[in-house]
Write a protein that binds this ligand. Structure first.
Ligand SMILES: Cc1cc2nc3c(=O)[nH]c(=O)nc-3n(C[C@H](O)[C@H](O)[C@H](O)COP(=O)(O)OP(=O)(O)OC[C@H]3O[C@@H](n4cnc5c(N)ncnc54)[C@H](O)[C@@H]3O)c2cc1C
Length: 358
């Protein structure tokens, strides 16, 4: 049986490890632990790119079937005795002006995506702005998803080690990883180390950068529509039990993962604008995560050049790591396994030249 080491146990690493294990690989999964907290726990769980029409069509293969894919993972988690990760529908209402509404409508029509115009008045009558609704957008409770995926890994044959990988080297016969828990040798290594991936792969230094994001959590004093509300200033995401997430800041080149008072104030101001009912409420919690920012609008998935086909990468998802998670993991597992990939992998390759993100 061929051996592969997956470095990083965020959503990209957990799903990739499971996809590879499902294909018969002998998988070891290494994670650095609390010293490098995974962004995947901090995310909001919106299963759509924000303003999806601003992205190139090459992102669509990674996002188009996300609801179906997570329904399968949800089922696997529940069947294995885990907690329901709450994959919920309801859609996403996006406040946009007239010109952008036309752009959104054209994008939806040409990609066969449902879109409802004039959506703000019916769902958010207090907002005096035009909006569209993407009724098929879903959301997921990502901390529960991550716990469920971790449980699936623990119940599988995957060997999960806590260890900080310090260096990776490849040769025609395999890979060698130097980690805090010892030296590992394998046939292949897959780097899914989020914002830290470029520290192992110099090829990514000019492509990726850290982008801190902070969120607030509220207990809603009254019912909020079962829809994500997205604006240029931020978004609100309802969760079960009357919880409401408010996000998020976008702080490039920030490695300090601690929440700040400044962000709390900024987010609270946005919240008060989006739903004045919350103006006098105190948030229950604040947290942050460091996203794997990318200088192009699609993630980096594929083999690392000049690595003898031994080193692979699945990272750079920036704000779209949860929505792209299942398809990205499937794609990289197919590529490593030498299967015909379900979509054209060229736009995501390390060496692909692509425009900057929206
Ligand atoms: C506030 C916020 C809101 C967000 N909202 C959404 C959303 O609504 N929808 C969406 O799709 N996306 C969202 N995102 C983005 C999404 O969370 C990320 O794109 C995604 O989690 C990245 O996953 P990852 O597995 O690549 O990285 P991570 O989750 O960061 O995991 C990387 C892992 O690698 C480990 N690691 C790092 N270096 C090493 C090493 N040398 N050796 C061993 N292990 C190592 C770390 O310990 C970590 O566990 C949000 C992000 C934030 C911060």
């Amino acid at each position: 049986m061929s051996r592969v080491v997956v470095v990083g146990a965020g959503v990209a690493g957990l799903l990739s490890a499971l996809e590879l294990s499902d294909r018969g690989w002998q998988v070891s999964l290494l994670d650095a632990g609390p010293a490098r907290p995974s962004a995947s726990w901090a995310g909001g769980g919106i299963l759509s790119p924000l303003f999806p029409w601003r992205y190139p069509s090459s992102l669509l293969p990674l996002t188009g079937n996300v609801r179906r894919d997570y329904a399968t993972w949800q089922q696997r988690i529940i069947q294995a005795g885990g907690r329901d990760p709450e994959l919920l529908g309801g859609g996403m209402v996006v406040l946009v002006d007239g010109a952008e509404q036309r752009q959104a409508s054209d994008w939806a029509a040409s990609n066969n995506i449902a879109l409802q115009a004039d959506a703000a008045a019916s769902w958010f009558p207090w907002l005096e702005q035009s909006a569209i609704c993407l009724p098929d957008v879903a959301r997921i409770r990502n901390p529960r998803l991550l716990k469920g995926l971790a449980m699936l890994v623990q119940k599988s044959s995957i060997r999960w080690l806590q260890g900080h990988v310090e260096a990776v080297a490849s040769s025609p016969s395999g890979v060698r990883l130097e980690a805090s828990c010892g030296v590992l040798e394998a046939d292949h290594a897959l780097i899914t180390a989020g914002a830290w991936s470029h520290k192992l792969l110099p090829e990514l230094v000019s492509l990726t950068y850290p982008v801190k994001g902070q969120m607030l959590l509220y207990q809603a004093p009254q019912a909020f529509p079962e829809k994500v509300l997205l604006t240029e200033q931020g978004y609100l995401i309802p969760r079960s039990g009357g919880l409401l997430l408010a996000g998020s800041t976008v702080e490039p080149d920030q490695w300090d993962g601690r929440p700040t008072e400044r962000a709390c104030k900024q987010l609270a101001e946005t919240v008060a604008q989006l739903w004045p009912v919350l103006q006098k409420e105190q948030p229950l919690a604040q947290w942050s995560g460091i996203r794997p920012g990318c200088k192009r609008p699609v993630p980096i998935i594929g083999q690392v050049p000049d690595s003898h086909d031994r080193l692979w990468v699945n990272t750079g998802h920036f704000r779209n790591g949860l929505v792209c998670g299942p398809a990205s993991a499937r794609l990289v597992a197919e590529l490593i396994s030498g299967e015909t990939p379900f979509c054209n992998p060229a736009p995501y390759s390390v060496s692909s030249s692509s425009s900057s993100p929206p």
